[in-house]
Design a protein around this ligand. Structure first.
Ligand code: SF4
Length: 391
């Protein structure tokens, strides 16, 4: 099958009839979820950002907690970044909540706290792309604007029998144009159509495994089904392989507290807290050396601030123990981790005090649970520590 863009969505013939049927099916069959049917653009916004790359079931609890603590745009604009990241901890992609907070500030300042209904204005806000703008404006305000993501591309490519590469931006633009055209026809509710396509893609016309065509409300009009092409559509170019990064995580412990540090303000997991780590797989001697040098760094920082740090290299005995390996997969990178637990024999906790700063500090299990956002990438080491503290 050719991968060039053909003429798929230049006109909407093959999509129009199925699209007329889908909103009615959606209204009768959709799942009841806490962000649905509220008519509140804030609910649509928060849920759609959370749902990117995360399953519905996992998002429900996050959404309820987030919504309870930050019930509207004003609260979101005023929340501290640390609390915001804590509420988001585990969902990943931490630039998303940061962008939401920035966008909330702009909405407060420029739009009196009311989320705009104009897709173009929405797209100008930080973190809001064409999909989220389409979802907010169509679902909350009834604006005829498509919300096209990978699910919708897959469903439409099958219904229309379209073999364009769905990884190409041009394919998405063509489909958006076609959907917008159909939405402007009488009698098609934009919000219900967008949600129907999302629901169909999540429950019936699924990405992995065979679609459940026998349960599909548009099977009689679906080209891929009628022509037995569900196994080859959609066409999607292969992604580049993920880059593998090897690391050694240092779990430096003193009296039940562990050394954590804040990551840089840019890039992957920007600004979040983490266990210190070194590039590559270190042997125990090198891991100890790295730990000593981190402790010395903290002591020097304390001295520079006028303090008298007690954590001199020679008076902090260290004990080392190998921990299980772990792995974490981001969209483009895979972390493979070795780890050591390194205990400092300093019962008076002088070392802990030296590090009490905004960049590097010791935190106990309770602080890791309730205050410092440590990303899921470290879950293999973070969770047992938090659980230890609960017993
Ligand atoms: S008939 Fe099958 S392939 Fe076509 S849209 Fe429905 S579930 Fe997808």
């Amino acid at each position: 099958m050719s991968k060039k863009i053909q003429e798929p969505y230049r006109h909407s013939d093959r999509l129009a009839e199925p699209f007329r049927r889908l909103p009615g099916w959606y209204r009768k069959n959709h799942r009841i979820l806490p962000w649905r049917d509220t008519g509140d653009p804030y609910d649509v916004w928060v849920s759609e950002i959370m749902l990117q790359q995360t399953r519905v079931r996992a998002v429900i609890e996050y959404f309820i907690r987030f919504r309870r603590e930050l019930p509207d745009v004003r609260h979101l604009s005023e929340v501290s970044e640390e609390r915001l990241l804590k509420l988001w901890e585990g969902l990943g992609y931490y630039s998303r909540p940061r962008n939401m907070k920035r966008a909330a500030g702009i909405i407060m300042e420029n739009y009196g706290g009311k989320i705009p209904d104009d897709p173009e204005i929405l797209r100008s806000l930080p973190g809001i792309g064409s999909y989220t703008a389409g979802a907010i404006s169509s679902i909350a305000y009834g604006v005829p604007e498509p919300a096209v993501d990978g699910n919708v591309l897959r469903v439409c490519s099958r219904i229309a029998g379209n073999d364009s590469d769905i990884a190409l931006a041009a394919t998405k633009r063509q489909l958006e144009r076609a959907i917008r055209e159909i939405m402007r026809m009488d009698g098609i509710s934009p919000g219900d159509l967008n949600q129907a396509l999302m629901e169909l893609g999540a429950l019936i016309c699924v990405p992995n495994g065979s679609p459940s065509c026998s349960e599909c409300p548009v099977s009689g009009m679906c080209t891929a089904h009628l022509q037995s092409q569900t196994g080859v559509l959609p066409v999607k170019a292969q992604k580049k392989a993920r880059r593998v990064e090897k690391k050694t995580v240092l779990l430096i412990e003193n009296g039940g507290s562990y050394l954590i540090r804040r990551r840089k303000e840019e890039g992957l997991l920007a600004g979040l807290w983490e266990f210190p780590s070194e590039e590559g797989f270190l042997n125990p001697e090198d891991a100890l050396r790295a730990a000593v040098s981190l402790l010395a760094e903290g002591r020097n920082a304390a001295c520079a601030d006028g303090g008298t740090g007690p954590a001199a290299e020679e008076d902090v005995p260290l004990y080392i123990e190998r921990m299980p390996d772990a792995k974490h997969i981001f969209s483009h990178i895979e972390w493979r981790m070795h780890a050591y637990r390194i205990r400092i024999a300093d019962p008076d906790g002088g070392v802990r005090n030296v590090f009490d700063s905004e960049k590097m500090r010791f935190a106990d299990a309770e602080e890791m649970r309730s205050r410092y956002p440590l990303p899921a990438a470290f879950a293999a080491y973070r969770d047992p520590i938090r659980e230890e503290g609960e017993t």
